[in-house]
Design a protein around this ligand. Structure first.
Ligand SMILES: N[C@@H](CCC(=O)N[C@@H](CS)C(=O)NCC(=O)O)C(=O)O
Length: 253
């Protein structure tokens, strides 16, 4: 049976997995999860992913969760085609260290400007009680929504998220300058795949100036966008600029 991908068009974690599936040429059937109406927190989806977040996929009846784990699973189950993991254990460790860093630092940081600048209206429209009920039902992200506090993050938290994104860009620039063109040397790996949607998100949020002084990072991002897998993963309607056309207008000004 085809792999069933539970995802959301514009979720960065879903985009990671869609790039990976396209790179490996793996066919999938999409199950769209409606985050706005809380489908991710309903019993049916929680039975697939108890964390209540997208993406997840079901392969041969078994749910696989966590976008990075899902990419590694795809690589292991479909070893043919483009290899996305280095053979050398040291390089493999380097890739995995990037994967941990991506999950822990920039993936978390990019959520702050995303929610603050784009998604906040949905929460502002809620009453305090509605917001508290939404926040408390959120299995994985209760703490995040505590800090969002319905109307926005503190200035310190916003500033900290930008510093973390800047630090990521600087770390990448140093690495790519020393041993590019990819994050783990000459091989395009799962680390590049997992980082790319975060850059697309920053670009869509009008934050691409952040890598204005990082030519290696700019070249890295351009190379990823030129790969056929990118357009497969970012189909029309899957960018924040598609969902929030005002972003495109701002970018044109
Ligand atoms: N560590 C998880 C994080 C997944 C995650 O945070 N997904 C977000 C979308 S990118 C989500 O489902 N959020 C639920 C919501 O916005 O209500 C993974 O990498 O799969």
């Amino acid at each position: 049976m085809a792999l069933e991908l539970y995802h959301h068009d514009a979720s960065t974690c879903s985009q990671k997995v869609r790039i990976c599936l396209a790179e490996k040429g793996v066919e999938w059937v999409g199950r769209h999860v409606d985050l706005t109406h809380g489908e991710n927190l309903g019993a049916e989806f929680l039975a697939i992913n108890p964390n209540g977040v997208v993406p997840a996929f079901v392969h041969d009846g078994t749910p696989i969760i966590e976008s990075t784990v899902m990419c590694e699973y795809v690589e292991e189950v479909w070893p043919d085609g483009t290899r996305l993991t280095p053979e050398d254990p040291k390089k493999r460790a380097e890739m995995r260290a990037w994967l941990r860093y991506i999950d822990e630092v920039p993936s978390m940081a990019v959520r702050v400007p995303t929610f603050q600048n784009l998604l906040i209206d949905r929460f502002k429209a809620m009453s305090d009680d509605e917001y508290a009920a939404f926040r408390d039902s959120n299995t994985l992200r209760r703490d995040f929504f505590m800090r969002l506090n319905r109307t926005g993050f503190s200035d310190e938290e916003y500033e900290n998220s930008l510093l973390q994104l800047q630090a990521t860009i600087e770390r990448m620039e140093t690495t790519l300058d020393r041993s590019g063109p990819w994050l783990v040397g000459t091989q395009f790996t799962i680390a590049d795949i997992c980082m790319a949607p975060l850059f697309q998100r920053m670009e869509d949020l009008g934050m691409s100036d952040m890598w204005g002084d990082a030519p290696r990072v700019a070249a890295w991002f351009a190379e990823i966008k030129a790969r056929p897998s990118y357009d497969v993963a970012f189909y029309p309607g899957s960018r924040m600029t598609d969902l929030f056309p005002q972003l495109r207008e701002q970018a044109q000004k």
